[in-house]
Design a protein around this ligand. Structure first.
Ligand SMILES: [Zn+2]
Length: 346
C-alpha cells in the first residue's frame, strides 16, 4: 500500500509500504477513503516539531477491512471515522471522556503509523473508531469535506469553546484564523453564543469565519487589539476567549481582551510561550484552562449534527488531492494559499 512519507523538513513524498495486518485481537485494519492534512502536520513539515523519517497524518475516514477476534462492535465493510488519537476506552480517564489522558493513548503518525496512507492498523478499535451511518459509495469528496474536520480541528475548536465555558447568549472572541480558529468560531455559534468575533491576520481566512456567522477583526502583532475589540463590541469586552494559536503573542492578546472575571480556553499547542504571570489572572479574576481535545468524546455528537444538517464544517476544506499530489497539498497549506487540504485515498 502507498503512504505519505516524511523524510526531512520540507520534504514529503509517497512510499510503498507492507499491507498492515491485525496483530492484537482488539485491532482492526481500515482501508482509508479520505485523509486530512492538518495544520499541526505543518509544524513537522517546517521542522519546528521533531519527527523522524516515517509516516505522517492523523485524520481519516475509511472502511473496515479486517477485524481481530476480540472486536465486538465493528465488522468488515463498516464505514468509520477516527479521532486523531487512539485510546483503550477502559480506564478512568477514557470513561470521563478525557481520552488524551489515557495511558495507552497515541497519535497516528507520531506514536503510530501515519494515516495519510491507503490503509492503517487501528488498536483498541472498539474504543477508538466511531461507525458512520453511510455506505462506502456515499463517502464522496463533499461528504468527506464535512467529516474530516471532525477528526481533529473541529473537535479541537469545540474543546476550546468547552474549556472557555461558553454559554448561550455570551460574547466570544477567538484568537487565530487557522482551521482550528475558524472551527472554534463555528463551535461557539453551535454552543449558542450571541456574538463571535475572530481575531486574525489573514483576510481570506477571516472571510471563511464571516461566512460561518462570526464578525472578524484584522489584527497585527505590533499593536494591541483591545480598543478595537471594545469598539466592535459596543464598549464591552468578550465574556469568553478561545486561544487557537499557541504563541506568546496570542496568549497575551487572549488575556488582554477577556473581560474581568471572564475565562480563556486554549487549544493552540503552546510553542515558545515563555510565561503567563499569575498576577494577570489574579488581578482580574480570569480563569484559564487548556488541553488536548478528546475528539473521541465529541465525535458522536458532531456526527449527529452533520447527519441532521445542523453542522457543516466543509468550508474549512478548500482542496481535495490524490495522494500523488501530497507535496502540493503541504506546500499550499505551508504558504497559506489553502486553509485545509484532504486526500482522496481510493
Ligand atoms: Zn484509557
Amino acid at each position: 500500500m502507498r503512504a505519505a512519507w516524511f523524510t526531512e523538513p520540507g520534504r514529503i513524498g509517497v512510499k510503498d509500504l507492507p499491507e498492515p495486518e491485525v496483530v492484537d485481537p482488539t485491532d482492526v485494519v481500515v482501508d482509508i477513503l479520505f485523509a486530512g492534512i492538518c495544520g499541526s502536520d505543518l509544524w513537522t513539515f517546517r521542522g519546528l516539531v521533531p519527527h523522524g523519517e516515517g509516516g505522517i497524518g492523523h485524520e481519516f475516514v475509511g472502511r473496515v477491512r479486517e477485524v481481530g477476534r476480540d472486536v465486538a462492535t465493528l465488522r468488515p465493510g463498516d464505514v468509520v471515522i477516527a479521532p486523531f488519537l487512539f485510546s483503550d476506552g477502559e480506564c478512568e480517564e477514557c470513561r470521563r471522556g478525557l481520552q488524551p489522558l489515557c495511558e495507552h493513548a497515541g497519535i497516528w503518525g507520531k506514536d503510530w503509523d501515519g494515516a495519510q496512507a491507503e490503509s492503517i492498523r487501528v488498536p483498541y478499535a472498539d474504543a477508538t473508531l466511531v461507525r458512520l451511518p453511510w455506505r462506502e459509495e456515499e463517502i464522496d469528496a463533499d461528504l468527506a469535506r464535512r467529516l474530516i474536520p471532525l477528526c481533529d480541528v473541529f473537535a479541537t475548536g469545540t474543546h476550546g469553546v468547552v474549556l472557555a465555558g461558553v454559554e448561550s447568549g455570551e460574547t466570544v472572541a477567538v484568537i487565530g484564523d487557522g482551521a482550528v480558529g475558524v472551527s472554534a468560531a463555528m463551535a461557539a455559534v453551535r454552543a449558542g453564543a450571541a456574538q463571535v468575533l475572530v481575531l486574525g491576520e489573514q483576510p481570506d481566512r477571516l472571510k471563511v469565519a464571516e461566512a460561518a456567522g462570526a464578525r472578524t477583526l484584522l489584527v497585527s502583532r505590533e499593536e494591541s487589539p483591545v480598543e478595537a475589540v471594545r469598539e466592535l463590541l459596543d464598549g464591552r469586552l468578550p465574556d469568553r476567549v478561545v486561544e487557537c494559536v499557541g504563541m506568546q503573542a496570542a496568549f497575551d492578546t487572549a488575556l488582554d481582551v477577556v473581560r474581568p472575571a471572564g475565562s480563556v480556553g486554549f487549544v493552540g499547542v503552546p510553542h515558545g510561550v515563555r510565561q503567563i504571570a499569575p498576577m494577570r489572572l489574579f488581578g482580574r479574576q480570569v480563569r484559564l484552562a487548556g488541553g488536548v481535545a478528546p475528539a473521541r468524546h465529541y465525535l458522536p455528537g458532531l456526527i449527529d449534527d452533520v447527519v441532521n444538517g445542523r453542522l457543516d464544517p466543509s468550508p474549512l476544506v478548500d482542496r481535495v488531492h490524490r495522494i500523488d499530489d501530497i507535496a502540493e497539498g503541504y506546500a499550499e497549506m505551508d504558504r497559506g494559499s489553502a486553509l485545509k487540504a484532504i486526500l482522496r485515498m481510493s
